[in-house]
Design a protein around this ligand. Structure first.
Ligand SMILES: O=C(O)COP(=O)(O)O
Ligand SMILES: [Mg+2]
Length: 233
């Protein structure tokens, strides 16, 4: 059998796309999220919440995170005006300190570069606001890897609705795709869009729907094998 030419190898994943959740999946953001949330809570006269607890509050957007953080910190729900003020303080602080500690998880970028070199495309599908997601990805210097960055406010509904997932599929011209996430929200959104979902078990969770995924992984080297097999034509 003839050896494959470089070009044939380079294009074996043409038409395939990798759609990534952001917080807890592609980038370990919890320390910077916790710092911004605690800035807002402390400014309002409340106690800060430990990072180990904040990680369980991520995944449904900043407003939900602050709402839940307020209950943990103040022992009661925030009034609407308190929440609005906390949200403004959170966003100001987060915007100015978005990647102090946040870094991509080990081997995630190398894996994406490898798949892109074979003709695949990548996109981000997050419940962060689009502007925050863009700022984070640009600050980390990896925006050239992604054909689309879709946030909670990009489409009419956020994950677990399939609309943001479908928009990513459109923007990447995908004929086949996989979703990579870290929570039930991702599993639901992927399922609603008919995509296989791989889950990072080191993310922020919660994962109660593991049985409905295509597989869990503990490191991106392992993810690379799983995703490569799933995307093969
Ligand atoms: O809750 C958020 O702000 C975003 O979370 P996600 O990137 O995991 O969707
Ligand atoms: Mg996540």
């Amino acid at each position: 059998m003839e050896a494959k030419t470089g070009k044939a190898m380079a294009e074996d994943l043409k038409g395939a796309a990798l759609l990534f959740d952001l917080d807890g999946t592609l980038v370990d953001t919890v320390e910077d999220l916790a710092a911004a949330m605690n800035h807002a809570l402390v400014e309002a006269g409340h106690a800060s919440v430990p990072t180990s607890e904040v990680r369980h509050l991520v995944g449904h957007g900043a407003r939900r995170m602050l709402m839940r953080g307020y209950v943990v910190s103040a022992g009661r729900e925030a009034e609407a005006e308190e929440l609005d003020l906390a949200m403004t303080r959170f966003l100001d602080h987060y915007q100015a300190n978005i990647a102090v500690h946040s870094r991509p998880f080990d081997y995630a970028i190398e894996m994406i570069e490898g798949f892109l070199a074979r003709g695949a495309r990548a996109a981000i599908c997050t419940n962060k606001r689009e502007a925050m997601a863009r700022l984070l990805i640009e600050t980390l210097g990896v925006s050239h890897l992604f054909d689309a960055i879709v946030g909670a406010d990009t489409t009419a509904a956020a994950k677990p609705d399939p609309a943001p997932v479908r928009l990513c599929l459109e923007k990447t011209n995908a004929r086949r795709a996989v979703f990579i996430g870290d929570s039930d929200t991702d599993i639901r959104a992927a399922k609603a869009a008919d995509l296989p979902c791989f889950i990072a078990d080191f993310g922020y969770g919660p994962i109660t729907l593991a049985a409905e995924t295509a597989g869990l992984f503990s490191h991106y080297r392992e993810a690379s094998r799983l995703i490569g097999a799933a995307l093969r034509p």
